[in-house]
Design a protein around this ligand. Structure first.
Ligand code: BTN
Length: 321
């Protein structure tokens, strides 16, 4: 019943509906409606209730329509279970906790409208206010350890291709998995593995896409370097409209990789790579390596031609000089 109420409120796109109308259309009492609304509020949904006017769902733009979530489960080969939260610490954290408790299967998707402790690569904080699409997918890819980093490139390419369907300027990728538009970061990916090093059980693929965020929604230090879909196209699109497009590209590229290997993805990744054949500086821990990025090889590593010879980069932060 809670799901039906949420769907009704979502479909009204912020308009009010009276408790009586909700009760009538769902065949329950007004008191039952009130109780479910209170429960939804406790879950974190921002619902306004005004006597004489009824209820309205604020921030519906950042909520995923429950019908859309259901559709995903029914039509996707990859997505088997979906959880949506108005607010969480971090969707990756939830995924890892559920895995640790034995409650997460392959194909579990966790989505949040807002994260309070969103995390990024290399121990950084990930700004996750309302207006972004923050989600984590649990997969069990049965890959040897040395191939796991390839997943970063696979998912980055999927997100880049999905974003291209909404924008005119093609997105670019900064190795290994940052998606850029017009020189600014719009999406990032954080892979976290669970299991033993010689026996990886599951991977939590955390993906963040800035959608309806203004520059002010980002922390001051990120304002210059990050952007959002809204800032690029000048139009807001509900998260619920973006999600199925992103998930369909994720499914397509993930299965392409699992079934046919990395080669086709490598070709497409190189076409979108923003620093290929350019001079770059790579920060590897306390070490800095500079050189021309000549290739992304079949292991997904970044090949640099430096003054002292060829260097293969497996991890680090790239900057175009
Ligand atoms: C990065 O570029 O540094 C990676 C950012 C990854 C952010 C996503 S948002 C959903 C998931 N939950 C997290 O806490 N982080 C990832």
């Amino acid at each position: 019943m809670r799901r039906e109420i949420l769907t009704e409120l979502y479909n009204l796109k912020g308009e009010f509906i009276s408790g009586n109308s909700l009760a009538d259309s769902l065949g329950v009492s007004r008191v039952a409606v009130w109780k479910h609304i209170e429960a939804l509020k406790k879950e974190g949904y921002d619902i306004t209730g005004i006597s004489g006017k009824g209820y309205s769902l604020n921030d519906w733009f950042s909520v995923i329509n429950p019908d859309e979530l259901e559709l995903q489960k029914q039509t996707s080969n990859l997505i088997k279970q979906v959880m949506f939260y108005p607010e969480v610490t971090s969707t990756n954290e939830i995924g890892k906790e559920l895995l640790a408790d034995g409650k997460a299967k392959e194909g579990l998707l966790i989505i949040a409208a807002r994260q309070l402790q969103g995390r990024g690569r290399l121990g950084r904080i990930w700004d996750s206010p309302l207006g972004g699409l923050w989600f984590s997918l649990v997969i069990k890819p049965n890959l040897p350890l040395h191939k796991l980093p390839l997943l970063s490139l696979v998912f980055a390419l999927a997100i880049a291709r999905a974003l291209d369907t909404f924008i005119d300027i093609p997105s670019e990728i900064k190795w290994p998995n940052d998606v850029f538009v017009e020189g600014k970061k719009i999406s990032g990916i954080l892979l976290e593995v669970s299991g033993q090093l010689d026996n990886i059980d599951s991977v939590v693929v955390g993906m963040g896409i800035n959608i309806n965020m203004s520059a002010e929604d980002l922390s001051i230090e990120n304002r210059e370097s990050a952007t959002s879909l809204w800032q690029v196209i000048g139009e807001q699109i509900p998260s619920s409209t973006i999600l199925p497009v992103v998930l369909s590209y994720i499914e397509e590229y993930y299965y392409l990789f699992i079934n046919e290997g990395f080669e086709q993805i490598r070709v497409e990744f190189k076409q979108k790579c923003l620093h290929l054949h350019k001079e770059v500086k790579v920060q590897r821990g306390s070490q800095v390596v500079t050189g021309i990025n000549t290739d992304i090889d079949s292991q997904g590593t970044m090949v640099l031609k430096t003054e002292t010879g060829i260097v293969s980069i497996t991890t680090g932060d790239v900057e175009v000089i």
